[in-house]
Design a protein around this ligand. Structure first.
Ligand code: TGC
Ligand code: FAD
Length: 391
């Protein structure tokens, strides 16, 4: 599939970006067009992960964009991080997912809560893609309510003994290291680094997904796994530790969803101008124009919301609730745009000649993971009323 994507910048948002930010975005976009777009549909159809793109993701700063360079990260600002996520998801949500998990859910907790030895051992290799990581929070019986997790570890004197299971874990079957959240004997949640090859640790792949097919998802099973004590993240405990990682990943998703929407809009606009029915391009009909006008309006609103959120994050002022609002709004917006774009493409919209249906199916995962659409609504509700309505 030739990638004909052109970015539309209705409110001249590029004028708000620095030359360096544009350079990072444009060079990543060019590489994705050349090396990733042409293969992604095939991998998606075969439900396989294109592992040959891993070194490229490392080179373009997509593993740990905002992690300091002393640990191998790209040392970039939050807006550039967002722009990278937008470009990746413009191609496929699964590609953005790989970068999100590696950066915000694996490198971030190690950088933020890890010991110096853990940082030196894992971060440089994660930054290049030599190591792949995964993040185990969700369990078969505990998704939206991770605080009720049952995965646990016992202090055996010279090591910890880990038992339990995690489910729906992006990249677990190919991961070299898993950041696993588990309870100690006092019921306190801690992060533990579980490494590939530890006895009693397996990570079987989950099959049968109709969404995010170019990303591998699996389980994490711990059957009396002996974990060295130095693998405990010493810097923070409690549910707030994994939730703080989610803040960073959800922010990236807010940008990423804009990428999917931009791709669907661009494809729909081109198709509407080229497709002739009743002797005219379908773009000349009012109902098609309504769809296109609403799409570009919603994308522009999401871009402005997310750009401001990026500024607040850069200043360390963005709240969890503000991030929830952007994740919820932008993913919902992208899903609606994918559906409208699909309609504009008529029957062609359901084929693999266009990226629309793949984006639409992918976004059904994105609207559920990292906190469901309704959980984010409840986070906003709690923020504005001061009353929590989760339980
Ligand atoms: P709650 O009582 O509200 O909070 C527990 C403790 O955590 C603190 N806290 C935070 N700390 C830092 N950052 C945040 N964002 C925080 N949010 C809360 C809070 O202050 C409290 O601290 P303390 O000291 O008082 O104990 O917790 P709750 O049990 O009521 O749950 C709240 C809820 C439902 C919002 C939360 O648990 C939640 O967000 N649920 C959704 C679960 C989720 O998002 N899972 C994602 C799994 S990872 C994933 O999906 C990866 S997909 C990857 C990909 O492929 O891209
Ligand atoms: P549930 O929590 O069972 O929710 C089911 C429904 O009930 C939802 O509509 C939800 O909104 C609603 N609901 C739940 N509680 C309430 C409430 N209090 N009030 C109102 N409605 C409520 N997890 C990881 O830890 N690591 C990963 O890498 C990871 N990758 C994933 C990749 C994919 C492709 C997918 C699909 C999921 C992934 N997840 C991962 C898991 C994801 O985070 C969970 O699916 C998500 O948190 C929701 O949990 P659940 O599926 O158990 O749904």
């Amino acid at each position: 599939m030739t990638d004909r994507f052109e970015a539309h910048d209705y409110y001249l948002m590029d004028e708000l970006l620095t030359e360096e930010q544009k350079l990072f975005r444009d060079s990543l976009r060019a590489w994705l067009k050349k090396d990733v777009s042409p293969i992604i549909e095939d991998y998606y159809e075969r439900a396989a992960f294109p592992s040959q793109i891993i070194p490229g993701l490392g080179e373009y700063g997509c593993f740990g964009p905002y992690i300091p360079t002393e640990y191998g990260g790209a040392g970039l600002d939050q807006i550039t991080y967002g722009l990278l996520m937008q470009e990746l998801e413009r191609v496929d949500s699964g590609v953005r997912s790989t970068s999100s998990v590696q950066s915000s859910l694996v490198m971030y907790p190690i950088w933020k809560y890890g010991s110096e030895e853990q940082k030196q051992k894992f971060l440089p290799k994660l930054a290049t893609g030599e190591f792949i990581g995964c993040f185990g929070l969700t369990e078969p019986d505990h998704g939206s309510d991770p605080g009720s997790m049952v995965t646990n570890f016992k202090d055996m004197g010279d090591h910890y003994l880990l038992n339990g299971a995690k489910m729906w874990i992006s990249n677990s079957p190919i991961a070299d290291v898993a950041v696993v959240w588990a309870k100690n004997e006092a019921g306190r949640i801690h992060g533990i680094l579980v490494e590939k090859g530890m006895e009693g640790f397996t990570a079987p792949e989950m099959h049968g997904k109709h969404s995010l097919r170019a990303s591998i998802t699996g389980e994490l099973i711990f059957d009396n796994v002996k974990v060295p004590k130095e693998n405990l993240l010493p810097g923070r405990s409690g549910l707030g530790a994994p939730l703080s990682c989610l803040d960073s990943a959800r922010y990236g998703i807010a940008w990423g969803a804009i990428g999917s929407a931009m791709d669907c809009y661009d494809s729909a606009l081109k198709y509407a101008k080229e497709r002739i029915q009743f002797g005219k391009p379908i773009a000349s009909f009012q109902l098609i124009q309504k769809k296109l006008a609403e799409m570009v309006t919603e994308i522009t609103k999401a871009q402005l919301l997310t750009f401001r959120l990026g500024q607040l994050r850069e200043e360390g002022r963005a709240t969890t609730a503000q991030i929830s609002m952007a994740k919820r709004n932008n993913v919902d917006m992208a899903l609606k745009i994918a559906r409208e774009a699909r309609q504009i493409h008529g029957a062609m919209g359901i084929t693999s000649e266009y990226s629309i249906m793949r984006h639409m199916a992918n976004l059904e995962s994105v609207i559920t993971y990292e906190g469901t659409h309704d959980i984010h609504l409840l986070i906003t509700g709690m923020d504005v009323t001061g009353i929590q309505a989760f339980s």
